[in-house]
Design a protein around this ligand. Sequence first.
Ligand code: GRF
Length: 238
Amino acid sequence: MNESLRQINKPAGGGACCSGKVLNPSLTINIIVLVSGNGTNLAALIRAEQDGRFRRGKDLSGRIAAVISDRSGAYALTRAEAAGIPSFTETPALALPKAERRRELSGRILRIACEHNADLIILAGFLSILEGDIIEAYGGRIINIHPSLLPKFGGPGMYGERVHRAVIEAGEKESGCTVHIVDAGTDTGPVLLRRRVPVIAGDNPAALAERIHREEHRAITDAAVMMIERLAKRGGES
Ligand code: GRF
């Protein structure tokens, strides 16, 4: 590991905590996980860290530094607390118009990410859309899991049961999940990995969702490991 990994670019002009380059004082990739609900994907990530899967070689490791929920009372927060991970609730300001609401919430998340020296942001069942400075500040370092084989059945309004219902109604023979890099669009960034499951005759959305969910837990941890290694390499090359 070298000094450059510790100097991954932080956002320019993203606020006091984020201006210029910030030293990450450890040889650790700090991960922030964003959640909205039950948090089984978060649980898979916590388990992976506890099992040593985020430890790569002698010098490099990933660690979940904080969890942020955009829903108060989300069970994911209880999981974070049980694991001793700092957790935050940052709900959208509903009085604001949509675009401003997204930017304002994203700004608060960016601030927490900076305060925790985050290197990687994982959207693990996070329902709000990130917009504004955070996308640029963390370009290539935000990943999202979506419960379909993107680009199919993604985009605005495609979440939860709606996705699985649409897959069944379209007569698809398979579905699955996708982990992708987040860009300025919705579910549009470069794909990191996909995992496939069959759609079985007589499936209902709940049964299909459950089959996919099991694969998501493997996909999200595999993707986290990929990103930890990728960021370490990127640090070494810059
Ligand atoms: C998952 O299906 C994920 O793909 C979607 O939201 C769900 C979250 O599940 N974006 P959980 O909260 O991790 O259990």
